[in-house]
Design a protein around this ligand. Sequence first.
Ligand code: BG6
Ligand code: MG
Length: 208
Amino acid sequence: MKAFIFDLDGVIVSTDRYHYLAWKQTADGEGIYFDEKINDRLRGVSRMASLEIILERAKRQYSEEEKQALACKKNDLYRDLLRNLTPKDRLEGVTETLAALREKGYLLAIGSSSKNTPFILEKIGYGDYFDAVSDGNNITRGKPDPEVFLKAAEMLRLSPESCYVVEDAEAGIDAANAGGFFSVGVGPASRYEKTKKPLASFSLLREL
Ligand code: BG6
Ligand code: MG
């Protein structure tokens, strides 16, 4: 194995709460029921696909323009919340573990559905850290499609078989497996039956 490709949200940094608050305010504004359980289904899923899940509870149809406007509103609220992010928001064990993996000679990349990836990486002090960044801005199909990870492997000039993919979402594990990567699950993905290597903590990556 030559590289690790990391999902961003829920693996490197915790943005779940901010996604939730921004979607909640957007849904409330439309009178659409939304709760934490529905929010769990949005993990790893693209912005527009997330909106479609939220609109399952809507009492009327929304036009394409209205959907774009709602996605935009959510993102403005979300970006506002992200302004408070600092390197302290890296998840537990991330800083030391990434340094140790790099020391061992692994290449390190990001594979995230988020279009806010460059902004978030900058905020948490990882603007120039990774060997490759593949994100929501350079893909046409979101997870569970493997495109975002395949692009990351291509940037690293590696084949999927020589890369671990570290994920917290089921959609991300499905994407990794579909692309021929070795899937490693943390958080919720450590309890998913399709995860090839479930881990109880991020720091355990050093023992792979
Ligand atoms: C993923 C999150 O990383 O990015 C999803 O887990 C989110 O919840 C998706 O919807 C898209 O993010 P963004 O920042 O492009 O709206
Ligand atoms: Mg995630």
